[in-house]
Design a binder for this molecule. Structure first.
Ligand SMILES: [Zn+2]
Ligand SMILES: [Zn+2]
Length: 342
C-alpha cells in the first residue's frame, strides 16, 4: 500500500504539464476531536491519492487544516467522501478564485500537535467561545461603523502586499506576536469598540476571536472563510470590494490578486512591486519583494553576496563551505516558511 509520495516535484510538474486536466485549488479546516490522527491520516492519503489530490494537509488531535488541488472532474467524489466523514459533513470549502495547475506538486499529509502553530497554551481558554461570524456583505457594513477597528490577524509579510482599507496590520512575524500587539493597542477599549478581524482563510480568527473574548473584549467579530471567501462573494454577488492589493496564499502561487492596487515596494530599489521571490541561492531562500528589473540585475537573489554564491563554480562552493570564516556567506537568512495559514 502506498502511503507516501513517490514522484519528485519535477516529475509531477512534467505530468501536470502534459495532461490537459483542469485542476481546482481549495482549502478547508475544522476543529474536531480526532482520536487517532495517524490512522485518519493514512485513510485520507489512500483515498485522496487515488483521486489525484495534491496539497499540504495538517492533522492533529484538535482537527484538520487542508490546502489542496485536484482535477475538477473529481470534485464531486471528493466532496461526497468528505461528507461521509461525520465531522467533515458539509464542512465549508474555500475555493480559490483562479486555478493554476501547479499550485501543489505533492500530497503531503502530516500529523502535528496542532493544526495551526499558534504558540498558545490550549488550556488557557475555550476555543469554542469564538467571535460572531460575518459574511462579506456583513463585514463591509460593520467595517464602516465608527466604533469598529478592523484587525489583520496575519503577519507583516502577508499584509504588506494587501489588506483591508484602514485595517490595523501589526508589524509582526508570528501569530502569537500579533495577539500581543493588538491587545496592547486596544487594552482600553474592551467594551466600546467592535473588533472586526480577518485572516487568509478564517482559521486564525477562530483562535484569535476566542482569545480576545477570553481577555475580556465584548464585541468580537470575524470574517468567515477569510479573504479567500470574501473575494469569492464580492465577485459572485457583485459587492463593494474593500480589500486592496493581493492576498498572500500558502501554495506555489504565493498570492492571489484581489484589486489592481499595488501597495508595496521592491525591497531592493523601492519601485512599486507586490511580487514575492525566494532568493535563488538555495542556502538563503529568503522570501522578499523583488521587481522585474531587480530580478534581472540580481539574478533572482536578495543580495550581491547571494549572487556571488549563485554564480560560483560548484568546486569553489565546496571549498568555501569548509572554511569557517566564510560560513556567513552560507548562512540561512530567517526563512519565511510556507506553513499553512500560520
Ligand atoms: Zn527593484
Ligand atoms: Zn539571499
Amino acid at each position: 500500500m502506498q502511503l507516501y509520495n513517490k514522484l519528485s516535484s519535477d516529475e509531477r510538474s512534467r505530468i501536470l504539464d502534459s495532461s490537459n486536466q483542469k485542476r481546482i485549488t481549495l482549502s478547508f479546516y475544522k476543529y474536531a476531536k480526532i482520536n487517532d490522527p495517524k490512522k485518519f491520516r493514512d485513510e485520507l492519503f489512500i483515498f485522496w491519492d487515488s483521486i489525484d489530490v495534491l496539497g499540504r494537509i495538517y492533522i492533529a488531535k484538535e482537527g484538520i487544516n487542508a490546502q489542496l488541488s485536484l482535477p475538477e472532474v473529481n470534485l464531486e467524489i471528493f466532496i461526497d467522501h468528505l461528507n461521509s466523514i461525520s465531522f467533515l459533513n458539509k464542512v465549508r470549502i474555500n475555493i480559490a478564485l483562479k486555478h493554476e495547475t501547479k499550485s501543489f506538486l505533492k500530497l503531503k499529509i502530516k500529523v502535528r500537535d496542532k493544526i495551526v502553530a499558534d504558540g498558545l497554551n490550549d488550556d488557557s481558554f475555550d476555543v469554542t467561545k469564538k467571535g460572531i461570524h460575518l459574511n462579506a456583505k456583513e463585514f463591509n457594513k460593520l467595517m464602516n461603523e465608527k466604533n469598529t477597528i478592523v484587525l489583520d490577524m496575519r503577519n507583516h509579510y502577508e499584509s504588506e502586499i494587501g489588506h483591508f482599507k484602514n485595517a490595523f496590520c501589526p508589524d509582526v512575524d508570528t501569530f502569537r506576536d500579533s495577539l500581543d500587539a493588538i491587545e496592547d493597542k486596544l487594552k482600553d477599549h474592551k467594551e466600546d469598540k467592535n473588533l472586526l478581524m480577518y485572516c487568509t482563510g478564517g482559521i486564525r480568527c477562530e483562535k484569535a476571536s476566542a482569545y480576545f473574548k477570553h481577555k475580556g473584549f465584548k464585541n468580537v467579530y470575524q470574517l468567515e472563510g477569510g479573504i479567500i471567501e470574501y473575494a469569492r462573494q464580492v465577485k459572485n454577488k457583485q459587492l463593494e470590494n474593500n480589500f486592496i492589493g493581493k492576498n498572500f496564499v500558502f501554495d506555489e502561487r504565493l498570492s492571489e490578486r484581489i484589486s489592481e492596487d499595488i501597495i508595496s515596494n521592491c525591497h531592493q530599489c523601492g519601485a512599486p512591486c507586490d511580487s514575492h521571490t525566494n532568493c535563488q541561492n538555495v542556502n538563503c531562500n529568503l522570501l522578499f519583494l523583488q521587481c522585474d528589473t531587480c530580478k534581472e540585475k540580481y539574478k533572482n537573489c536578495c543580495s550581491t553576496d547571494c549572487v556571488d554564491i549563485l554564480i560560483m563554480p560548484e568546486k569553489k562552493k565546496k571549498l568555501l563551505r569548509k572554511g569557517v570564516e566564510n560560513k556567513k556567506l552560507f548562512h540561512r537568512h530567517k526563512k519565511v516558511k510556507l506553513n499553512l495559514n500560520i
